[in-house]
Ligand binder design. Structure first.
Ligand code: ADP
Ligand code: MG
Length: 295
């Protein structure tokens, strides 16, 4: 499917006028090990092209999921959008300006939560807000913390440390922390990947509820087809690496607010799910085959 043919998606060559985020011909090459590695092993390893020539325009208030076989470069792409990783070729523009590093306009939620273990829930969120908005008044910071703790349903846990919380509660802190800096774009890298199925379901419902309230642009990496269908407006399916590309972008046309029971009855659901499954099976099978052949 051509990107430009999708409803509400600007053609890539339209200068991204209505885009919030323009990903243009982005390539990421990890340099081969030279220097000391060569000295020790006598070999120079080759450069590794992780992703090649990826382009995509994302409009404001869109929930985008990225799905693809393990190791295809999803985290690499998200890392470049977050500004945590340099881009080898192409560019990523946020509101027309190239991304050159991390910024308060992007908040990140990690699979392993990445909380400071010695800080309480309140302190973890406070630290992020103070770091990103150093001029904010203490009163405003307190208000932001309170609002976001309420938003994710963590009232009463403010003084607890991460080790006193379940995985689901820890990720609620991760989400509250990311949203408390009031980013334009929320980036989530397999946010529910470490959670059991039931907790995962609860948090998906929370994300849907929060998204309805805030309608922030979200870019989420997931391995779950059902999760992508439940939450996303668009689903980006990546091919296997090396030199991974975008294979197809699907639109999830389900009305909002969404509900896991009713969404499966939508006439488009089964066909979309089948298409995603066959894509993922095909790509993963090819990765396994290459591995078996030792490539
Ligand atoms: P995914 O998130 O889709 O599972 P990643 O983005 O983590 O995949 O990795 C994509 C590819 O790039 C993998 O083959 C991985 O081994 C490689 N890669 C990731 N980070 C580095 C790095 N710092 N140096 C070299 N190769 C890397
Ligand atoms: Mg990853």
């Amino acid at each position: 499917m051509n990107l430009a043919s999708l409803n509400g998606v600007a053609p890539v060559d339209s200068a991204g006028l209505s885009s919030q985020l323009s990903i243009r011909n982005v390539t990421k090459v990890f340099p081969g090990k030279k220097g000391l590695f060569k000295k020790l092993s006598g070999k120079t390893s080759q450069d590794f092209v992780a992703i090649e020539d990826i382009s995509m325009e994302i409009e404001p208030n869109t929930f985008v999921s990225i799905i693809g076989p393990s190791g295809c470069g999803k985290s690499t792409l998200l890392g470049m959008i977050a500004g945590l990783m340099p881009i080898t070729g192409g560019e990523i523009l946020l509101n027309g300006a190239p991304i050159i590093g991390p910024g308060p306009d992007r908040g990140m939620v990690f699979q392993n939560y990445a909380l400071m273990p010695w800080m309480t829930v309140d302190e973890n969120i406070r630290f992020a807000v103070e770091t990103v908005h150093p001029k904010m008044s203490p009163k405003a910071i307190n208000r932001v913390i309170k609002e976001n703790i309420q938003l994710v349903g963590l009232e009463g846990a403010e003084r607890k440390h991460p080790h006193e919380l379940s995985g689901g509660m820890r990720q609620r802190v991760g989400i509250a922390r990311a949203l408390a800096i009031n980013p334009q774009i929320l980036l989530m890298d397999e946010p529910f990947g470490a959670l059991d199925a039931l907790t995962r379901g609860f948090l998906q419902d929370e994300i849907e509820r929060i998204w309805e309230q805030q309608r922030k642009t979200v870019i989420m990496i997931t391995h779950s087809i059902e999760e992508a269908l439940l939450l996303s407006d668009r689903i980006v399916m990546m091919t296997r690496g090396p030199a991974a590309r975008i294979d197809e972008i699907l639109e999830a046309p389900f009305p909002r607010p969404r509900n896991r029971e009713t969404i499966v009855q939508h006439p488009a659901y089964a066909a979309l799910k089948a298409e995603m499954e066959s894509h993922l099976f095909r790509e993963t099978r090819a990765v396994e085959a290459a591995r078996i052949r030792g490539k």
